[in-house]
Design a protein around this ligand. Structure first.
Ligand code: KIV
Ligand code: NA
Length: 262
């Protein structure tokens, strides 16, 4: 049975976790989905791990469409999410263009970086059959505006804004939220405040699901972030076993641990 948005909603209702990993090509998408990982994300992190760039800013819609097609061909029933790239969410017109291209390339859901201002776009997407995940907190496309990759929502006002955005986006029809580098207590509070699934990365074990960049969890990143765990080390060099170990650790609530959170 393929994983759908209904599967993830039910997991949340039942208090069960779901797992997500990035993939950028057919072979790894197949391995990820065969390992039981519920969702596969074509992240614009491909700018870093595939293209060798130092941010996701240069990634184009054509890049995203190409890799989404590759992943969709290899995927074996996981939910496929694809990132709307830099400036793809600048106007409603651009959002619809990017989302249309990604859905037609094989995505089941699009992910947009932003905040409460995406509420209208999320409503329009939903009306047109496009489930949207809104990526909140550290949104890497805004690295130049943030002045670096920094934990978000640390002060009281920032925390309140994130919580309010989450609630407003659920109301607008968002299918999912993703929290990146948001303090654990706030991540848990946001997850409890909405009925839609919340995926965390550098967030909290209390989130409904977890995501990591594949290359990071395979131990291939020379300077991994605090929230990364190397699952390849314990899998004895077996890629498929590393994906299974990650899936199990997420579903058992073993990952993330305290040292992976802020
Ligand atoms: O691009 C990406 O891989 C992502 C995840 C890290 C959430 O957006
Ligand atoms: Na991304």
């Amino acid at each position: 049975m393929p994983v759908t948005i209904r599967t993830l909603n039910k997991r949340k209702q039942d208090g069960e976790k779901f797992s997500m990993l990035t993939a950028y090509d057919a072979t790894f998408a197949r391995l990820v989905s065969e390992a039981g990982v519920d969702a596969v994300l074509i992240g614009d992190s491909l700018g870093n791990v595939i293209q060798g760039r130092d941010s996701t800013v240069p990634v184009t819609l054509d890049d995203m469409v190409y890799h989404t097609r590759c992943v969709a061909r290899g995927n074996q029933g996981s939910l496929v999410l694809a990132d709307v790239p830099f400036l793809g969410a600048a106007t409603l017109e651009r959002i619809l263009e990017a989302s249309g291209a990604l859905m037609q390339a094989g995505a089941n859901m699009v992910k947009l970086e932003g905040g409460a201002w995406l509420a209208e776009a999320v409503t329009v997407l939903k009306r047109n059959g496009v489930p949207a995940c809104v990526h909140l907190g550290l949104t890497p496309q805004a690295v130049n505006a943030f002045g670096g990759y920094r934990v978000q929502g640390k002060d009281e006002q920032g925390a309140r804004e994130l919580l309010e955005a989450a609630v407003a986006l659920e109301k607008a029809g968002a299918a999912m939220l993703l929290l990146e580098c948001v303090p654990r207590a706030l991540s848990a509070e946001i997850t409890a405040a909405v009925n839609i699934p919340v995926t965390g990365i550098g967030a909290a074990p209390e989130c409904d699901g977890q995501v990591l960049v594949m290359h990071d969890m395979l131990g291939l990143n020379a300077s991994p972030a605090r929230f990364v765990k190397d699952f390849m080390a314990e899998a004895g060099g077996d890629v498929a076993a590393a994906f299974r170990a990650y899936d199990r650790a997420v579903k058992d609530g073993q990952f993330p641990a305290e040292q992976h959170c802020f």
